[in-house]
Write a protein that binds this ligand. Structure first.
Ligand code: BES
Ligand code: MN
Ligand code: ZN
Length: 485
């Protein structure tokens, strides 16, 4: 793929034009456009075939190629996220119509900050689909778009957008793989491959080492599967490691398949549970981008990976497990496994004494019930970090909602008569219960955020920058956050 600054409109397959309602009402805003394109657009608007309303997208066949008109709605409500999604739609559609290139007209939108970045991200993501297992028959529409031209093009910003996009594709590609391909061991191999390629350090702990290191909660969750658990630690250090301004650790839930274990899930709930490793895949995607963006901070990624399966060797309801920090946990539901694998990993991450820990996990159905498929739960023990993350999320376009981490009644329900904690509470407040459980394993004086991405991890239809399947939700906000430091 390639981008070039536009010099001539000759031989261009497709034109992309994003317009607000105001642009359509006041046609003088089109003055900067190529006269041919302006004339066509004006006549379509005058004929009332296009009015710039949000969601109103039009493909206009030209003598050569197509014109894609995209409605952004009211200017006041328009933001960079809508622009990015609209661009992705247009570029994807152009590619499917076998366009080789597209000219994206943006200069009339220059009051929006970050257009080149959004264009890079949209261009990088628009062609992605998880189709490697599909037969390429005549109904299959391969993606053809390889070049784009734009009247507003800042190369560095565009490349940064591409790096963000590639991180998301890396994460999606892994998360989309089924459980028969990605298990804890093959996930570890992927991490090692990535580290090797990007010049990162990578250490993998096998069962033996996990036992020696008291990672008993992770071991318990993995004990029912013939695919043994793994703890993966991947590290980025800036060239001048002593001068690093901060140390950040990301922790990802890497359940490569969640059957529920002995507390087995009903069939319709088990489907899509290959996606229960999304947190871990996201952490790898973030590490990949970090290796390319080279920020002046130390970044650690911990992936806590197991397969949650029922068998004669599974951990059981009623079992009592001692986590790495010595706290004991009574298991009252083997399907509440994510918090267990995260518990040990949070202890481990805390031992590095980082300034910030951010964990990402498809943790609770309750969070998806509360917030839906387009907004993740954000739990933070530090207001300053919360504000920074919410600010990053505004820029990234991923939506979060800050959830409470103080609740004396739910805290009370964490207590077990036989151990320090139980791993699951009642249905009500399930996402808060899980977050309060995790908090028990975060070291003192560490700013910590927990992102519950259950529900947002998977798209059941194509939309904007998203294709069907894994979304890599979380990657963009974390990268924005890192870049803001
Ligand atoms: N991986 C699931 C949560 C999940 C649900 C992710 C739906 C994505 C979509 C998690 O391990 C789980 O099973 N949670 C249980 C917890 C309960 C047993 C306390 C849940 O949410 O039902
Ligand atoms: Mn589960
Ligand atoms: Zn799970």
């Amino acid at each position: 793929m390639q981008i070039k600054h536009i010099e001539s409109y000759a031989q261009i397959d497709s034109q992309v034009l994003l317009l607000t309602e105001e642009d359509c009402e006041n046609l003088s805003s089109l003055n900067g456009l190529d006269s041919n394109l302006r004339d066509i657009t004006e006549s379509i608007i005058k004929r009332k075939d296009f009015d710039g309303k949000k969601g109103k997208n039009l493909r206009v066949p030209l003598i050569e190629g197509n014109l894609y008109l995209i409605g952004l709605g009211k200017k006041k409500k328009c933001n960079l996220n809508l622009i990015r999604d609209s661009l992705a739609w247009a570029l994807r559609t152009a590619g499917r119509n076998h366009a080789k290139n597209a000219a994206v007209n943006l200069s009339h939108l220059k009051s929006f900050d970050g257009l080149s970045f959004a264009l890079g991200e949209a261009f990088g993501l628009c062609g992605y689909v998880f189709d490697k297992y599909k037969k390429k028959d005549e109904h299959y529409e391969p993606f053809a778009l390889t070049e784009i031209y734009s009247d507003l093009y800042e190369p560095e910003e565009f490349s940064r957008g591409l790096i963000f996009a590639e991180a998301q594709i890396y994460s999606r590609e892994l998360a989309n793989e089924p459980g028969c391909v990605i298990n804890p061991e093959s996930l570890a191999q992927e991490a090692e491959k990535l580290a090797e390629k990007c010049g990162l350090e990578c250490e993998v702990w096998n069962e033996e080492r996990l036992r020696a290191e008291n990672m008993n909660a992770l071991l318990a969750v993995g004990s029912g599967s013939k695919n043994p658990p793994r703890l993966i630690h991947i590290t980025y250090k800036p060239v001048n490691a002593e001068k690093a301004t901060k140390k950040i650790a990301f922790v990802g839930k890497g359940i490569t398949f969640d059957s529920g274990g002995l507390d087995i899930k009903p069939d319709n709930y088990m489907l899509t549970m290959k996606g229960d490793k999304t947190g871990a895949c996201n952490v790898l995607g973030i590490m990949k981008a970090v290796a390319e963006l080279k920020p002046n901070i130390e970044v650690h990624g911990f992936l806590s990976s197991a397969e949650n399966m029922p068998s004669g060797s599974s951990y059981r309801p009623d079992d009592i497990i001692r986590a790495r920090n010595g706290k004991t946990i009574e298991i009252n539901n083997t399907d509440a496994e994510g918090r267990l694998v995260l518990a040990d990993a949070l202890c481990l991450a805390s031992e590095l004494k980082p300034d910030v820990i951010i964990d990402m996990a498809t943790l609770t159905g309750a969070c998806a019930v509360a917030l839906g498929n387009w907004r993740a739960g954000l739990f933070v023990n530090d207001d300053d970090l919360a504000e920074k993350l919410l600010h990053s999320s505004e820029r990234s376009g991923e939506a979060y909602w800050r959830m409470p981490l103080e609740d004396e009644h739910i805290s009370e329900s964490l207590k077990s008569p036989f151990a320090d904690l139980v791993n699951a509470g009642n249905r009500y407040g399930g996402a808060i219960f899980a977050a309060l459980f995790l908090k028990e394993f975060v070291g003192e004086n560490i700013s910590w955020a927990h992102m519950d991405i259950a529900g947002t991890d998977f798209r059941d239809k194509e939309y904007g920058i998203y294709s069907k399947g894994a979304s890599a939700f979380g990657v963009r906000t974390c990268l924005e956050y890192i870049m803001s430091l």
